[in-house]
Design a protein around this ligand. Sequence first.
Ligand code: ATP
Length: 235
Amino acid sequence: PAVTQVLSVQDLQAWYGESHILHGVNFNVNAGEVVTLLGRNGAGKTTTLKSIMGIIGKRTGSIRFDNQDIIRTSSDRIARMGIAFCPEERGIFASLDVRENLLLPPIVRPGGLSLDQIFDLFPNLKERLNSQGTKLSGGEQQMLAIARILRTGARFLMLDEPTEGLAPVIIQQIGHTIARLKSEGFTILLVEQNFRFASTVADRYYIVEHGKVIDGFANSELSANMDKLHTYLGV
Ligand code: ATP
């Protein structure tokens, strides 16, 4: 089958104020893939996702999404093009209950999941419908955070360390969710420190080091790349 490239990032550079953080990030994502950015703390993975979402003040290079260059596009337009970002800190509203959190995100495109579809994907959330954000477990918060971006209608999902701080059984559930979203045609760009988890869901990997992508390989090439993973990630 023909491969459709949905995202292509070329020579991406980004700054926080005067700090030059990304020094030339290059990678691409094809439709329907799960692609994982791996790398140590501070390597620039989150900054890469924020740059794609358009929420970094200064960025240069090229970011093409659906054949349009979005390097100068505003973040709200980028959202309306169908890109969603689920931050590491999850971004749910602690003082709102689950239902309110699910009703709040703006629907940017047709095709956003209904509440019934959300509950089918995350049965726990239905049971917790009237619980406040603060009362949820870490796993429930993460599921709610993913559910919220699915409400918007985005088809390109960027998930920043969705497994951080979660118990193994919950991590497994998140893995099932990602696999299911992939089977339903979503495209997923994942940032992970948890390599073992990433290897259960990813089609391809890129290694980010000091603000650059220094290598990339497919899941099928994993065993040939284990030395590199040891060197760069200590796994
Ligand atoms: P982590 O897992 O720690 O988030 P990461 O690979 O996602 O790692 P980034 O969060 O992209 O790394 O951070 C890259 C660099 O940018 C780090 O040196 C970090 O200190 C710096 N940085 C991150 N956010 C800001 C900010 N708001 N202002 C200034 N520097 C920042």
